[in-house]
Ligand binder design. Structure first.
Ligand SMILES: Cc1cc2nc3c(=O)[nH]c(=O)nc-3n(C[C@H](O)[C@H](O)[C@H](O)COP(=O)(O)OP(=O)(O)OC[C@H]3O[C@@H](n4cnc5c(N)ncnc54)[C@H](O)[C@@H]3O)c2cc1C
Length: 508
């Protein structure tokens, strides 16, 4: 593994997203002097917070998986997750509603889920599900240490037994047929393959290796922190401050100064120069290369990235409640392959939408005023760099699409949704781009094979020997668990330390 050359005592981290905070904690735990510069007034980046009329809207992730990965950066500074966060395991993790009116709950625990499948799809698929769980667990056990929780500089590092075992498991064949060898009901196949979308892939095109996300999502458990998802970065930032990390909010970095092949300092928008032995960048990687570094530094791999679909998100604070609600409801439209072709291949809005509706107040009512609910409707949408055609003009489309989202919610289990809204915030791909996310893609570069593992931009730049990256557009990839890992991988580039995780109590 390549590591930073030269002095590494003083580290400046650009951005207090989950990746930047994770890196800061691991580095502080290894004795580095760490300063985090964050342009916003709060930590969390995409895992942010909007406060409005007594409602606390989480702006980003709603699904927390693999909480031990959240414990790791805290353990690195000798602190424990339960001292900072109270996590609740959601049961059901999801309620899936299908176009034929049927529902299947993703239950917490393999036995409960097998019972649910037996009741909704029959005992044969329940048995198949148990075999699927064994398969997914093995995938996870191989992929996590060898391919995910590891800095990869070359594909040659992958050669060996773990790769051979994955090949033998059929993990490099298509996900769809692999799933079909375990469960027959079409609804289950959707339920265990839609997670490919989290990696920016159509389930029909994804390889079975990506079913590791299905493991995290449907087997290992989905959690929710008391106080909402934004409580996570607040906890990490609190622990970092206690460990001596200096976090400066409202401080936008305008440029990274490079001389003699080293990053020597960062320059803030206010004109301050902060010298650094190492610069760790948590700002979105392609944007950071384009806007913070001198011209000509963007590596070819970062220039050619293809991005995951984007999303339109409607946050609503409301007086309405709906009897069939669950914390997470996935509404599957009748269309399936066509939906992915529309948003990924053709750059069009979904004609028969599938979407995620989250009602966090069912778990933590304190996030809204009494007798009120928070709703977050996430509709996948094309990013702003479509393979075909022109990007959607969100200036023109946003009002129309907002009304479509409300109409769709009213037609699919939430009658009167529009009338109940007391305050709302709509976020479109244009807003993600304005926040500095390349291609308006909040889910980063897709995880197509050529952009995964050693083929994804590395956490250490090749030309600037002390410039390190963390976050969703570097290794290992997108999502809360992955960016927390990427913070550790970034710290490892600085310290050279191996992948050992400090012992500590794990929550929840
Ligand atoms: C709507 C939505 C839903 C999601 N749902 C899920 C989910 O359910 N589960 C899941 O696991 N993942 C989900 N994700 C993905 C997950 O949120 C992201 O992968 C992760 O939060 C990204 O973290 P990051 O550290 O890479 O980047 P960011 O969170 O973007 O952090 C980067 C930080 O850098 C700061 N910054 C940028 N430029 C500068 C500058 N010039 N100077 C100073 N600071 C700067 C930013 O303000 C920000 O704080 C979702 C994302 C979104 C947007």
């Amino acid at each position: 593994m390549r590591t930073v050359v030269g002095r590494t005592d003083a580290v400046v981290v650009v951005g207090a997203g989950l990746g930047g905070l994770s890196a800061a904690l691991h580095l502080a735990g290894a004795g580095r002097h760490v300063t985090v510069l964050e342009r916003e007034a709060v930590p969390g980046g995409r895992c942010g917070l909007i406060r409005d009329h007594g409602y606390h809207f989480d702006t980003g992730p709603t699904v927390l998986t693999m909480p031990d990965l959240l414990a790791a950066p805290l353990n690195a500074v000798g602190q424990d997750l339960p001292d900072w966060l109270t996590l609740h395991r959601l049961d059901p993790a999801y309620r899936a509603r299908f176009a034929d009116g049927s529902t299947i709950d993703v239950r917490a625990g393999v036995d409960a889920m097998a019972d649910e499948i037996a009741a909704t799809c029959g005992s044969r698929d329940a048995d198949g599900y148990r075999r699927l769980v064994t398969y997914l667990r093995r995938l996870y056990e191989i992929e996590m240490p060898h391919f995910i929780d590891r800095n990869l500089d070359s594909p040659l590092q992958l050669a060996g037994m773990p790769l051979a075992r994955l090949v033998a498991m059929g993990a490099f064949r298509r996900l769809g047929p692999k799933l079909a060898s375990f469960v027959r009901d079409e609804r289950l196949r959707r339920l265990f393959s839609f997670q490919a979308m989290y990696a920016g892939l159509a389930p029909a095109q994804a390889l079975a290796i990506y079913a590791v996300i299905t493991y995290m999502d449907t087997v290992a458990g989905v959690y929710f922190p008391e106080g909402g998802m934004h409580a996570m970065p607040r906890a990490l930032a609190g622990a970092a401050a206690r460990a001596g990390v200096q976090i400066r909010y409202g401080t936008r970095v305008a440029r990274i100064e490079v001389s003699g092949g080293r990053a020597s300092a960062v320059l803030t928008a206010a004109g301050e120069r902060i010298p650094a032995d190492v610069v760790v960048v948590n700002a979105d990687l392609p944007t950071a290369y384009a806007e913070l570094l001198p011209p000509g530094y963007t590596p070819r791999r970062a220039r050619r990235l293809r991005y995951s679909p984007s999303a339109v998100v409607l946050h609503a604070g409301s007086s309405a409640s709906f009897p069939a609600a669950a914390h997470h409801v996935i509404e599957f439209g009748a269309a399936w392959d066509r939906t992915f072709a529309e948003i990924i291949d053709r750059g069009e809005l979904m004609s028969d939408p599938s979407f995620l509706l989250t009602t966090p107040t069912l778990t933590d009512p304190s996030l809204a005023p009494p007798e009120r609910h928070l709703y977050c409707a996430l509709f996948p949408a094309p990013n702003l760099a479509p393979r075909r055609g022109r990007p959607i003009d969100w200036e023109r489309e946003r009002g129309r699409y907002r009304d479509r989202i409300v109409a769709m919610l009213e037609a699919r289990g939430c009658p009167g949704f529009g009338d109940g809204i007391e305050c709302e915030h709509l976020v479109t791909p244009a807003d993600w781009r304005a926040a500095g996310l390349a291609a308006g893609a909040p889910f980063a570069a897709s995880h197509r094979f050529g952009q995964t593992g050693p083929f994804r931009p590395a956490t250490l730049d090749r030309r600037v020997e002390n410039l390190v990256f963390t976050g969703s557009n570097t290794q290992p990839g997108v999502g809360v668990p992955m960016v927390l890992v990427s913070g550790r991988l970034a710290a490892q580039r600085v310290t050279g330390a191996g992948p050992a995780r400090a012992p500590g109590r794990m929550g929840p």
